[in-house]
Design a protein around this ligand. Sequence first.
Ligand code: SF4
Length: 295
Amino acid sequence: MSQLPVPEKPYPDWSRFLAALWQHGMSVQNMKPELIEEHIRNATPNLVGAFIKRNEARTVRPSSFLACARQTYFLVSGEEPEPMPDNIGSTFAVGHLLHEVSYAAVRSALPDGFDAQTEVPVYLPKWWPADDLRFNHSGHVDLLLSAQEGPRSEYIAEGAPEMILVDFKTKGGFSYKKHGKTVFGEDADGFGYLAQLVVYADATKTLNAGAILAGINRDSLTQPLKPRFVEPKALKDELVRVKAAIGMALEGQDPGEEFLVRHGKEANFFCGRAGKPGYCAFKKVCKERETRDYE
Ligand code: SF4
């Protein structure tokens, strides 16, 4: 049986429902051959592209340069980000593959009365700057899950919104573990997952429903999906922060080491301070223009 069976008791929320759906659809007993074929086909150009072209963004996108106000400022003022390692292709390729396989699993297990839209193209919200040299204007939402009221109440407890936005994130084992404990809106989010989520939630008008960041463990592929619900308040607070960061960048105001100020020592891992390698593409220029002592 490919559909997720009706549970004895409804799942408490969309997150738990999604985890069950994904797990069920991933089984060789339930994956629909025509869907996995379709999604593997969709993945192929990205898999090939991951190995033969550089994917670095030179524009501000929901997925890049929004984690810290100074990143946004540097990029908008024409500073060159450091390139990613030349051998990062496999990591990107595995990410693309796991996204498409997840879409096939979710769609295979989806009960009647539910709808799953994948890779939905979105136009960014009206407040997103019109300048298309420095800001990218299109994007794709991983998954929009929705359900009619009747089937929804059979599967998910009362009070669940009609539609929920889901962003899948493939993670190494350590980050996957950490993902399960992250307090979104408080903990350091150096890769800007929340910033990306909030731009897409605003673009799809789903802010009031909250949204889900679903972690996939790429180091141990039999591990369950780890969906984390992000409360509407955390999304709305992040939206204020992202808009402020973009506003300062457009006015040419250097916000200083904003991420380090916001997160203290927790930011060192991402900012490459205190002996840590760092992931920020502006970590060198940021240190050269230090506005205070962070060691
Ligand atoms: S190194 Fe840290 S504080 Fe500096 S730009 Fe990057 S994220 Fe921001």
